[in-house]
Design a protein around this ligand. Structure first.
Ligand SMILES: [Zn+2]
Length: 206
């Protein structure tokens, strides 16, 4: 073992570095701002997205979150022209993990939202986008990546709740929808039933 190796073995890389997760591929988005003074991540918000909707692995979500999307490349893109959004994380169907915004900063994923009486969820949440379509199921590889990411978030931040975009903006948003297995996520993280939305149904039991 060389001197450098010994040093590396003694001091493993930290899991988080200024809100950036060690195991995520970094692609910085300009769409973020500071969290309000004193605000910390307390909530993980699960979303689903695909661009164009229903097409997977296109790379267009990464372009949207970095303001690189060619608005004229598709009819759907024209309909969202100029949209400036971001999430902290994106998990495509193959279970890769991308990070666009430091968890110490405020990403732009929730929009107008309230959860359990607390408004403006972007202020105090971490947004995770799963590649998919509202209501459809997700891949096992995506759950595996999401579980390990959520475990690392729970270890580091005072997070007590996980909810879907549909739960923080009811009537306005439907993602991730009925195809998302809340109970599987809850069990894999060892969370109490009160940590997920009360109306979160188990896919297996409908
Ligand atoms: Zn959403």
């Amino acid at each position: 073992m060389s001197q450098t190796d010994k040093q590396a073995a003694k001091e493993p890389l930290p899991l988080w570095e200024a809100g950036w997760y060690r195991f995520a591929r970094r692609l910085k988005s300009p769409n973020f701002g500071p969290r309000p003074t004193g605000a910390q991540p307390e909530l993980i918000v699960i979303h689903s997205i695909s661009l164009p909707p229903g097409d997977y692995g296109t790379g267009q979500v990464q372009r949207l979150f970095t303001n690189q999307l060619d608005w004229d490349a598709h009819d759907y893109f024209r309909s969202i022209r100029g949209l400036k959004v971001s999430a902290h994380f994106f998990i495509p169907r193959d279970g890769q993990l991308w990070q666009f915004v430091s968890c110490d900063d405020r990403a732009w994923h929730a929009g107008e939202s309230t959860y359990r009486g607390k408004a403006n969820c972007n202020d105090y949440s971490v947004g995770v986008e799963l590649e998919g379509l509202d209501g459809l199921i997700f891949e096992q590889a995506q759950y595996e990546t999401l579980s390990s990411l959520a475990a690392a978030l729970l270890q580091t931040y005072p997070i007590t709740q996980v909810a879907g975009h549909e739960h923080i903006a009811p009537g306005r948003k439907q993602d991730p929808g009925a195809g998302f297995d809340w109970q599987m996520l809850r069990r894999s993280l060892g969370l109490a039933a009160a940590s997920i939305p009360a109306n979160a149904t188990d896919v297996a039991s409908g």
